[in-house]
Design a protein around this ligand. Sequence first.
Ligand code: GDP
Ligand code: GDP
Length: 439
Amino acid sequence: MTKPVVAIVGRPNVGKSTLFNRILGRQAAVVDAEPGVTRDRLYQEVDWAGRRFVLVDTGGIESGAGEDMAGQVAGQARRAIAQAQLILYVLDGNAGLLEEDVQVAALLRRSGKPVLVVVNKVDDFNRPLPLGDFFRLGLGEPVPVSAAQGLNIGDLLDLVVAEMPPRADEPGGPLPVRIAVVGRPNVGKSSLVNAILGEDRVIVSDIPGTTRDAVDTLFRRDGREYVFIDTAGMRRKAKIRESIEHYSVLRAKKALERADLALVVLDFADGVTNQDQRIAGLAEEAGKGTIIVVNKWDLAEGTGVSAHRYQEEVRRELTFIGYAPVLCVSAVSGLGIPKILGSVETVMGEYRRQVPTSVLNRILHDAFMISPPPARKGKRLKLMYCTQVAAGPPAFLLFVNDPGLVSPGYRRYLENEVRRAMGFQGVPVRILFRRRESK
Ligand code: GDP
Ligand code: GDP
């Protein structure tokens, strides 16, 4: 069983090395890490409350010559996102919040990886804690520590252990992610399922689905479990051809009901058809996490069409689901296949995320201030308070003076503002309004 990796990320001088050494209980080992400090000293195994993890000081790994500071920190963050199961984002409580901190936070948020905001240099816990600003990062409650004084480090480690993915051998681990692979006949759904399952390090088993002819495929990769829903016929080569398009829509609907996430498969050669729009619409209506997979990308070779341009085109044709990532892959050549499960993880992180009420209220009150709702019949929409009432998919309830005053355009604007602040890539966001009289 591989150990979870916990990465420390942050600007130079916020105290990453000091924190690293403090956690290792080896004060003065590598403080003021020079570029070129041996790599292995920046990866250390830690045991806390019986849980083992590998702590990485990403700041010490690379000097990043030629890049500005913000670029370096973003680079660290990307590496941490790729490698770590949990990220400790360290900030300087004395310096306060800088613009570039906010940018790095957005990057971390979009990754869907669990992040703890650690506010360092809080050397005196008897004074008011300088945390207010750091809530704005939208990454949950900041944890104050003093790496130099060793204050609150135990509490931080308790949180680290609590945030780590449960051990695979522990009961009550996370439920498998249930994935519906949907699309028109012949776009390559079966080929994709086989290509994903055909990768190394996958353990596969069949489980009965809910109806007589449905078979689901459970598989495990890197300690995580996934289920492909309704793979009857998909995994065998000689499958029964779906004769009518109508049937594939029915089947997609049924599979989506039981899924957390949809891979909506398109065929590069056909572009986006009406039927594709219809199927993507089902995923949106069902409130599922969604990734658009453009298959048969091998056929793009030599056509001069770039992935970027094609992705833009797909987004234009599927504007109503513009939040979904678009991946270009080939089940036949294997191109892009390994990216798919990474993207699934990212979207599922977003799908299940809870936004703290304080953060949400800040975002929406700001949105109302920046662009106030237009008056209707001499009355203007007023926001009292809002709260997240559901996750998976996220739903936000806004208490307002009169829900009748909400225009479709303003609802869209609010949704966009929530997305701009919080990401929610691949996830439909529901915004609900309820009347609350102002006193
Ligand atoms: P890094 O560049 O993020 O790895 O930061 P360092 O760990 O090298 O620390 C940068 C500076 O901040 C050093 O002078 C540390 O002594 C100081 N420092 C680190 N942690 C604390 C702390 O908790 N309180 C105070 N006051 N200073 C700290
Ligand atoms: P399904 O009906 O959606 O399950 O589609 P299949 O997986 O049966 O694939 C339909 C046809 O498309 C088959 O002839 C496949 O060989 C072909 N196909 C699937 N994936 C690719 C791909 O990535 N590139 C190319 N060129 N052909 C593909």
